[in-house]
Structures are given as structure tokens and as C-alpha cells.
Design a protein around this ligand. Structure first.
Ligand code: HSE
Length: 402
């Protein structure tokens, strides 16, 4: 019997209980032992819910119970999640989590403790919802030097952009829908400002490149400035707009960023719609690979958490997470990163701006007679900023994914 304790009975925590109860037979078979939920920790009461029988309000009950082998942290937020995870590991209990904020902030420390204790700190559900991307990077793509990860890593914003593009929905309305469906963070600012995707690309990059990418070093821009007019231009170009999180090696040096991008139909990420996530990985031997699946929500996320529980039950006294270093990954300055830029500009300044920014053709929309738009030639971000400063009437800019 492997006893587990679940910290937090919110969207993901209740999903973990549901997954284990629904699939207990096959889960136990795969774990090679019976997985039993001994405790659920939450400050609230849940009258009428059978969870009430195993509900505790004090973490020390779990910490001091030698029968608890695995602690499942699904509370979210850095504290007190980090303190609980650290204490559990120090007490010799493996920990698994869906908490990307905690992994991005404290992953090195927690993995180090797990290594020293020969137990595990696993975090499959922290990136890509139910997609097994952490395991793929850590255990499958081990023959390659990975040189690019580009993903749609936030289900909430992907759902919102999809609805805005397809149905012309209002930003605030679709955000409410995403919240109601359990996709969004407790504070949805983390989704719409790109912070959630930023932490996820930091985690994936740290695993893939074997050096620690500090999420604070990643240039991050959210989707709050994306308008239905931007979507209309994208549609006219046969493109769409997605929030991409990317890290890539160019000339021996990595850059990383999170921002909305215009992308064309030839991109493997173009058709990643709704709440789905898609993660493109390029390896020097493998070439291209795509990982696709449900990116957020109760059961997909819980499915990934429980997969970690099974792995930890199979390796109760053997550390299995390897490729994570605390040596920093230094990034190329954003000014030196090259790309093309979609620019909207006032109609009277459009021709001049087009020449300064090296674009070839003006694009107009009937419903926006006072402006025009174009896509620039390839240049560094620094060069773009310099040339844009010399233009009049620029209304907005969105990067273009090549
Ligand atoms: N708020 C997150 C998202 C949840 O929308 O992707 C899954 O990490």
C-alpha cells in the first residue's frame, strides 16, 4: 500500500481524487501497488462530499505520519506550497506538483533535496496540462541536443484568442468563460499577461538545455492589447494570432520570450485551438517533434499529476529526475533577436513608415479607413525600435513567427 496526501481540494485536487477513484484498478496495476488517498488538506469544509472523511486542516498531521509516502501539492502559488513541499521532502516523502510558479521559483532547491534523499520531486502537470512533455524531455529525448522549444503553453489565452478570432468574442466575456471552465489561474492576470506561459517555458527550457533559465530573465508580453481589429488583419493575411512561449538557440546563444505572434498556416502551431496546448521541439538529431493535447482543466491536469504519483510509487527510494542544473542559462539580449514585425499605422503616415521599416506592401481593411498595416523585412528588435522611433503614426506592433 502506498499512502498519499493531497494538498488542496480545488479544481486540480478534486480532479486528482476523481482520477484515482475512477481508474483505481488500472492505476494500481501500473504502480504495482495499491495507491490510497489517506488525507486531503484544505482549510475549507466540504459537507456532503465523501472527502470530508479524510479531510485535515493541519499540514503537520500529514508531515508527522510515517505512513504517508507521497505528497501531492496542488494548492498553487509559491507559499505556503513551497514550505510544505520542502518539509515533506526533508521528511523523506516524495512530492509531485502541478504548481508551475513553485517549480520555476524553487525547482532547483526542491530537486536537490529529492536527490539527496533519493526520493522524487516530479512536476509533469506544471507544463502543458495533460501532455506528457516533462517526461518526454527528461527521459525520451535524451539522444538530442535540443535547440528550440516553441509552445502554446497557456490554455486560457489560447481559448480566448481562438474565440476572439472565430466568433469575434469580447475579451472580458471569453475570459469569464475560461474562468468558469476551470482553465484560468486564481488570479487570471497570470494567464493574460503571459506570466504563466513564462514560468512554463522557463521550466521546459531548464530541463531541455540542462541549465537553469530564470523566468525573470524572459521578455514577457501578454494578450491584453490584442484587439478584434488585429484578428481581422490576421484573417486577411491568412494567419492567426497565438500567445507563444519560445526559447531558441541562434549562433550558439539562446534567447527566450513570451509574446503574441502572428503565425501562418504552415506553422504546426496554427491549428492548436481552443484550450489545447501544442509544444514544438527541435533536436539536432530528431529534427521536429510536436506534442499536442489538453492544456488546462481539472481532469487533464489531474491525469498528469496522477501519472507522477504512479512514477513515484514505482520509485519510492530511487531518484529519477536527472537533467536539471542550477547553473544559469545566459540569454542573448532581446535587442539582438531577429524577426519580422506586423505594424499598424495611421493611413496618412503609412507609405513613409513602410519605406522606413522595409516593408513591401500595404494592407488595408474596409472597416478601418483611417489606417493601414504591413509586415516589415527581417531585422533585429533593436533595429526595429530605432526605425519605429523615426516613424510617425504607429498604432501597434505584433511579432511575426517565421
Ligand atoms: N491557467 C493555466 C492555463 C492552467 O490556462 O494554461 C494550466 O496550467
Amino acid at each position: 500500500m502506498v499512502n498519499i496526501a493531497v494538498l488542496g481540494y480545488g479544481t486540480v485536487g478534486s480532479g486528482v481524487v476523481e482520477v484515482i477513484n475512477t481508474n483505481h484498478e488500472s492505476i494500481n496495476k501500473r504502480a504495482g501497488d495499491e495507491i490510497r488517498i489517506k488525507y486531503v488538506l484544505d482549510l475549507r469544509e466540504f459537507p456532503g462530499d465523501p472527502v470530508q472523511e479524510i479531510l485535515v486542516h493541519d499540514f503537520d498531521v500529514i508531515l508527522n505520519d510515517p505512513e504517508v509516502d507521497i505528497v501531492v501539492e496542488v494548492m498553487g502559488g509559491v507559499e505556503p506550497a513551497h514550505t510544505f513541499a520542502k518539509k515533506a521532502l526533508e521528511a523523506g516523502k516524495s512530492v509531485c506538483t502541478s504548481n508551475k510558479a513553485m517549480v520555476a521559483e524553487c525547482g532547483s532547491e526542491l530537486m536537490q533535496i529529492a536527490r539527496e534523499k533519493d526520493i522524487n520531486f516530479l512536476f509533469e502537470a506544471s507544463c502543458g496540462g495533460g501532455i506528457p512533455i516533462i517526461r518526454a524531455l527528461n527521459a525520451s529525448l535524451t539522444a538530442d541536443e535540443i535547440d528550440e522549444i516553441t509552445g502554446i503553453l497557456n490554455g486560457t489565452t489560447n481559448y480566448m484568442l481562438y474565440k476572439m478570432a472565430r466568433e469575434g468574442s469580447d475579451f472580458a466575456d471569453v475570459l469569464k468563460e475560461a474562468q468558469a471552465m476551470g482553465y484560468a489561474e486564481a488570479d487570471p492576470t497570470a494567464d493574460i499577461e503571459g506570466y504563466d506561459a513564462c514560468r512554463k517555458i522557463a521550466i521546459l527550457s531548464s530541463l531541455a538545455y540542462g541549465k537553469l533559465l530564470n523566468y525573470r530573465d524572459i521578455y514577457t508580453e501578454g494578450i491584453t492589447k490584442i484587439t478584434p481589429q488585429d484578428m481581422a488583419y490576421a484573417g486577411k493575411l491568412g494567419m492567426t494570432i497565438k500567445l507563444l512561449a519560445t526559447s531558441k538557440k541562434v549562433d550558439g546563444c539562446f534567447y527566450a520570450m513570451v509574446a503574441p505572434f502572428l503565425l501562418g498556416q504552415d506553422s504546426p502551431l496554427y491549428s492548436v485551438n481552443d484550450v489545447f496546448n501544442g509544444i514544438f521541439v527541435h533536436g539536432n538529431m530528431l529534427g521536429d517533434a510536436m506534442f499536442y493535447g489538453s492544456g488546462a482543466g481539472k481532469l487533464p491536469t489531474a491525469s498528469a499529476v496522477v501519472a507522477d504519483v504512479v512514477d513515484e510509487a514505482k520509485h519510492l527510494h530511487r531518484n529519477i529526475m536527472t537533467n536539471w542544473s542550477s547553473h544559469p542559462l545566459n540569454l542573448k539580449p532581446m535587442d539582438e533577436v531577429e524577426g519580422r514585425f506586423f505594424v499598424r499605422v495611421r493611413r496618412e503616415s503609412a507609405q513613409k513608415a513602410l519605406e522606413i521599416l522595409g516593408a513591401s506592401r500595404l494592407l488595408t481593411l474596409e472597416e478601418l479607413p483611417d489606417e493601414a498595416a504591413f509586415i516589415t523585412s527581417v531585422m533585429t528588435q533593436g533595429e526595429y525600435a530605432k526605425r519605429a522611433a523615426a516613424c510617425e503614426g504607429i498604432l501597434s506592433m505584433i511579432r511575426v513567427k517565421d
